[in-house]
Each structure stands twice: as C-alpha cells, then as structure tokens.
Write a protein that binds this ligand. Structure first.
Ligand SMILES: Cc1ncc(C[n+]2csc(CCOP(=O)(O)OP(=O)(O)O)c2C)c(N)n1
Ligand SMILES: [Mg+2]
Length: 315
C-alpha cells in the first residue's frame, strides 16, 4: 500500500476516534442533547469503503453514523453542532446524532429506523442508472437490518434492475443486546445476499486494506454496469449500544469478545506504519479541528421557535 493512502486512512481513523472520545468526555456534562450510538471499534469499515468511493458517489447509513459521515468528508462542525442541538447543525439541530446529512459531500442521510435507508439507497441508485450517471451508491447498515423486510425487498430489486449500489453490512453480531444467532438460523449474511443474485464477500478480521481492496474491486465492476455487490464486514462495537459507557454488566456478551478486537485496533496498526513526523502533523491538525468544532458548537445558538415547523415537507 502506498504511503499517501496510509496517511489518509490514519487521518480519518484518528479523526473519528478522537471526535468520539471527545463526545465520551463531554457526555456526562449534558451539553450534548442527543443520544449517541458510537462507531468506536467499527471505524475501519467506513474509512476503507469511503476511500474507495469517488467524491460524487453517495452514501446512506444508520444511526451509528459518525464514522460514515466523517469518512465521506461530512463537515465536522455541522456534526458537532447537530449533537448540541444548535441551529448550525447539519439538520438545523432537529435531528441529533442519528440524523446526519451533508449533501455537498454525498452524505444523503442516516436514520434511526433500522433498515430504512436501504430502499432509499436503492431508489437513488435507480435514479442514477435512469439518468445514465456514472456515480454509485454505498449503502451501510448493521446486521439488525437483515431482520427487516425492507432489506430483502431492496436487495431483490437492486439485483433485478442491476443497480449501481454497493451494500455494506457492518456485522457486529448484535442488534442491541440480541446476538444474530438468536434471531436467525444462520449468521452467514453473505449467503443470503448471493441468493438474490449478486456477488458477496465476507471479511472476517476487520482488516482495513482487505475491505478497501474488496470495495474498490466491486466498485469498478458496479461502475461498468454489472449491478450490485455486497460486502459483509465482521466488526465489533466497543461501547454500549447507545451512550458513552460499557455494558458488560448486562451479561449479553463477554469482555474478552471485545478485548480481542481492541487488540486488533486498525488505528494502532496504521500508527506504526507512519514515521513520527508524518503522524505528528496529522494528529496536531486534527486535534485543532476537533477543538474548534466543539467550541463552535458551544457558542452557536439553539434554533428559535420559528424553526419548529420548517423543513417538514418538501415545498
Ligand atoms: C424498524 C425498527 N425496529 C426496531 C428498532 C429498535 N432498534 C434500534 S437499534 C436496533 C438494533 C439494530 O442493530 P444493527 O442493525 O445490527 O445495528 P448496530 O446497532 O449493531 O450498529 C433496534 C432493533 C428501530 N430503531 N427500528
Ligand atoms: Mg449489529
């Protein structure tokens, strides 16, 4: 892998990790007016896939969307202001952490409703094909989305119409506290995707380079009109389902399960591939951006009462 790519990977992984660590630090002060579903531990999936995308490509995601939003270039200040419920937030302070959007960067939106952005992504891909555009859509979702009818209908339609969409399943094995095998007879989501008529690959170890290579290869084919493809990335959510803490006391998973993923942290792996000087420059620039974004959000205003009924319907 070339050094420029390693630098980009490191910068994005570091940006996402440090932003979320700052959220964790501030959350107990109640300054953040939104529930937060943290991406920590899962960042490599978004970073690898979004680096393989082109600027005009589009992404749709879930309420655990900080990583995807930032990896696709979403504006950091607008994200933090959104978490603070402020007017400069990307959803004008009305959406919170679960509803991130930055149309200029192709971040088409994230949603609290499980599986709901999958048909939206497919619909958008249909429009791209109809308009003969060369852009593609990457659609991110968790393993919980496989429980939804929408997932199956959308995959079927995308395959049938050969739509330009890459499905990216972030399989951390849990929907809140239920393991995939307590919800399905098999945990092989790839096999199910293949049955709809698309190539699918499972990447088990969270390796950022493997995910990047698989995504790039599929995207090249999708852009040539081959129709959709599917990547299932096994990953691990380090924190509790929602909120900044741990939840091992609930007993649905063991500490060791997470410990082995922490040992396999892509941020640590990338860190040692860079020399101290390059790493230091990246880190100090990002730390300043993060500090400025939180300061900006703090000083920003809350939306006025006149904003309450705005933007509810398309005029
Ligand atoms: C349609 C719908 N059903 C149920 C819920 C409640 N719910 C919120 S998060 C969640 C789990 C989803 O798990 P997964 O898709 O694997 O995402 P993860 O939290 O693991 O990232 C559920 C069932 C919901 N938000 N929407
Ligand atoms: Mg899950």
């Amino acid at each position: 892998m070339n050094t420029e790519l390693i630098k980009k990977f490191y910068a994005l992984l570091f940006l996402i990790r440090r932003t979320e660590e700052e959220i964790i630090r501030l959350y107990p002060t109640d300054i953040i007016k939104s529930p937060v579903h943290l991406s920590i531990g899962q960042e490599a999936v978004s970073v690898a896939v979004c680096q393989a995308l082109k600027p005009l490509d589009l992404v749709f995601g879930t309420y655990r969307g900080h990583a995807m939003y930032l990896a696709k270039g979403g504006n950091l200040r607008s994200m933090i202001a959104e978490l603070y419920g402020k007017i400069s937030g990307c959803a004008k302070g009305k959406g919170g952490s679960m509803h991130l959007i930055d149309l200029r960067k192709g971040v088409m939106g994230t949603s609290a409703v499980v599986g709901t952005t999958i048909p939206l992504a497919v619909g958008y891909a249909y429009a791209l094909k109809y308009k003969n555009r060369n852009d593609i859509v990457a659609c991110f979702f968790g393993d919980g989305a496989v429980d939804e009818g929408d997932f199956h209908e959308a995959l079927n339609f995308a395959a049938l119409k050969k739509l330009p969409v890459l499905f990216v399943c972030e399989n951390n094995f849990y929907a809140i506290h239920s393991h995939h095998l307590s919800r399905h007879h098999s945990d092989n989501i790839c096999e199910r995707a293949k049955s709809y008529g698309m190539p699918a690959m499972r990447i088990k170890d969270g390796d950022i380079f493997k995910i990047y290579k698989a995504a790039s290869r599929y995207m090249e084919k999708i852009r040539k009109g081959s129709g959709p493809a599917f990547i299932e990335c096994i990953t691990c959510r380090w924190k509790e389902h929602v909120g900044p803490g741990d939840d091992f006391h609930l007993g649905y998973r063991k500490k060791e399960e997470v410990a082995c993923w922490k040992h396999n942290d892509p941020l640590d792996k990338m860190r040692v591939l860079l020399d101290d000087k390059a790493r230091g420059l990246i880190e100090s620039k990002i730390e300043k951006e993060i500090e400025a974004a939180f300061l900006f959000a703090q000083k920003d205003s809350f939306p006025g009462k006149n904003e309450l009924l705005k933007d509810l319907f398309d005029d």
